[in-house]
Design a protein around this ligand. Structure first.
Ligand code: SF4
Length: 640
């Protein structure tokens, strides 16, 4: 069999299972990453495993999300992360060094290695040929303990790129185009493997923009081959030793194909409030824009900011518009400074923010009330910017820069000659000395501030559950809907009782008192429930509030895994129309005694009214749920 690249890497790391699409497999994980918003919980879980040292080849703890220090919580958490890293053999990236995915790509990602990260945009590292996936913090903790990572063998989609980008189009426009074609569910259960002659037209940071937003397609991951371009990138990063050539066999077989003609791509924008609501920038001509933000793990590379600087040089941002720029890493910032590119950015009127996620999660930089913000980010969910009624458009850095100058979307025909897409210089300044590498043996004390609260304990699954429907929500409920981001909430990420008070607060402010009064309950959802970020608090905090079952039309992959990890039973309505028959507060009996993996499950919704659902669980997943969560199961096994 002629193998595609994804299959080759999985085969090399396979611990259990067969490579049939849809089958559960387990693979060895070489590298892990965490960011602070999910990392404190991941490390609390790691500590609960009581092991002396991480067993991965490399684990990195980044601080990039909650960098604001407006009280004791975030600095205390940063200190906890730093001391845990030193104690257990983890590389620590202090706040201000950069955004986890940009930093990982520049400093640590290796072709052919497996990486899981407690952040849904971990697939960014696929730009250099890593098999990189977003996962819950608990899965990351277990991978650090040397446990294999379980996933469903994905279908591999051959994304065949032909031709070359022209005019003002860039990598962001390619992925916005693909999102428009495939939708936010189009990648579910799939890896998008990029191939074809068009691949050579894209640099590694451009490839990383595309693999980064594969997360918005719901894909398991996305990957590019490790070719000459990847070798040049690693050489520029002074890491040529990490290179090995990797690609699909000639005539490799795939489960599905998608053709993209790069020469037909034009500047695109995703309209509020979904990344797949694509349109051409041309069609938005004349729409006033209050704010432009350039940065995030999608578009904060040296090339992204260099082209921005070239467009802004000698010009001023519109008086009615603010421009925020967050470089992806100190390396990017140093290169801009060294090449005299910071000056045109500053002179244009832009605000230069810290090298961190910042406005992407409403950590500063929220737009004005009812405002329109054009952002080079990857998500535009309602309220994510920190301003509930703002409308966010997702665009490329080129579109963002022109929009900032005009204060409105304008047609690309009016932008003049396109700037050449920048390439990396041969040698870029290293920032490796900014990381704190662990010593060989360290018994240093771990500091815990008052915001670090021990994990709650959960009981096993009882035999029968009588559950009220605590909330009935619609399609495409994101983890932001379940648990909002923003400074106030995410500062509580290592304090489950406190963060639980925000569950569904954006949809229904009575949810928490209702759940607490009921003691336990069920969430009813529509299609693609739990899309968006990998934050496991969106499963852990509902579990703390007594949620035992989530019943939906379909799930987003990472959130479903998180529900299972915390002992919540995910059920899928066999007949989606039954959704309309159920209402909030209705009592539902779930018989859990007869649950078999992948089997049907009958729910009683009142006298004789039976609703059919399937549990879609593997034997291993069902066992986790019966134990009340993965941590309970692993602890039990360790005892045995
Ligand atoms: Fe940070 Fe935004 Fe990227 Fe998440 S999506 S890692 S918040 S920049």
């Amino acid at each position: 069999m002629h193998k595609n690249l994804t299959r080759k890497i999985i085969e090399e790391h396979l611990v259990a299972g067969s490579l049939t699409p849809g089958e559960e497999i387990q693979i060895k994980i070489d590298q892990t990453l965490t960011q602070d918003a999910t990392g404190t919980m991941a490390y609390l879980q790691w500590e609960a495993l009581d092991l002396p040292r991480v067993k991965t080849e490399l684990s990195v703890s980044y601080v990039d999300h909650n960098t604001l220090q407006m009280g004791f919580k975030n600095p205390d958490d940063h200190r906890y992360l730093r001391t845990v890293a030193a104690r257990y053999g983890i590389v620590f990236s202090p706040p201000g060094t950069g955004i986890c995915h940009q930093l990982h790509l520049e400093n640590f990602a290796v072709p052919g290695k497996t990486l899981i990260g407690s952040d849904s945009h971990t697939p960014t590292a696929g730009g250099v040929g890593s098999l990189a996936m977003g996962a819950g913090g608990l899965s990351v903790a277990l991978a650090m303990a040397g446990e294999p990572y379980s996933l469903y063998m994905p279908r591999v989609v051959k994304v065949y790129l032909e031709g070359k980008l022209t005019g003002h189009a860039g990598a962001k426009d390619i992925i916005l185009h693909i999102l428009q074609r495939l939708s936010v569910k189009g990648g579910t259960g799939r890896v998008l493997e990029y191939t074809g002659p068009g691949v050579a037209d894209l640099s590694v940071p451009e490839r990383a923009t595309i693999t980064n937003m594969g997360a918005e397609l719901g894909a398991t991951t996305s990957i590019f081959p490790a070719d000459e371009t990847a070798r040049r990138f690693l050489r520029s990063m002074q890491r040529e030793g990490d290179f090995s050539e990797l690609g699909p066999d000639p005539e490799a077989s795939y489960d599905q194909e998608l053709f993209v003609d790069l020469s037909s791509i034009e500047p695109m924008a995703a309209r509020p409030h979904m990344p797949d609501l694509g349109t051409t920038v041309r069609e938005l001509e004349g729409r006033k824009v209050d704010q432009v933000a350039i940065g995030s793990c999608t578009n904060s590379s040296y090339a992204d900011l260099k082209i921005t600087a070239k467009i802004l040089a000698g010009r001023k941002v519109s008086e009615d518009t603010e421009l925020l720029i967050s470089p992806g890493s100190k390396q990017v910032l140093k290169m801009l400074a060294a090449e005299g590119l910071l000056e045109p950015l500053l002179d244009s009127g832009a605000r230069i923010l810290e090298c961190a996620c910042g406005p992407c999660i409403g950590m500063g930089g929220s737009p004005v009330s009812g405002g329109v913000s054009a952002r080079t980010f990857n998500r535009n969910f309602e309220g994510r910017s920190g301003t509930q009624d703002a409308g966010v458009y997702l665009v490329s850095p080129v579109t963002a820069a022109h929009t900032a100058l005009e204060g409105a979307f304008t047609s690309p025909e009016k932008w003049g000659e396109p700037q050449p897409r920048p390439s990396l210089p041969d040698n870029v300044p290293s920032i490796r000395d900014q990381f704190i590498f662990p010593e060989d043996a360290d018994s240093r004390e771990i500091y815990r501030g008052p915001n670090i609260v021990p994990l709650p304990q959960f009981e096993p699954l009882p035999q029968n559950l009588d559950l009220p429907v605590l909330i009935k929500c619609g399609d495409n409920i994101s983890t932001d809907h379940i648990l909002p981001g923003g400074a106030q909430v995410t500062a509580l990420r290592s304090n489950i009782p406190a963060i639980s008070e925000y569950i569904f607060s954006r949809l229904d402010e009575d949810f928490v008192p209702r759940a607490m009064q009921a003691g336990q309950g069920l969430i009813l959802g529509g299609e693609n429930y739990g899309q968006g970020s990998s934050r496991e608090h969106a499963a852990l905090a509902p579990r703390y509030l007594g949620v035992r079952v989530v019943l939906v039309k379909s799930f987003a992959r990472i959130h479903r895994a998180n529900l299972i990890n915390f002992g919540i039973l995910p059920l899928i309505l066999t007949n989606p129309q039954d959704y309309d028959r159920l209402e909030q507060d209705q009592a539902i009996r779930v018989n859990t005694t007869d649950l078999v993996p992948g089997g049907e499950c009958f729910l009683e919704a009142g006298a004789g009214d039976k609703i059919k659902a399937v549990n879609d669980l593997t034997p291993a997943e069902l066992e986790i749920i019966k134990y009340g969560g993965l941590l309970n199961l692993v602890r039990e096994r360790k005892k045995g």
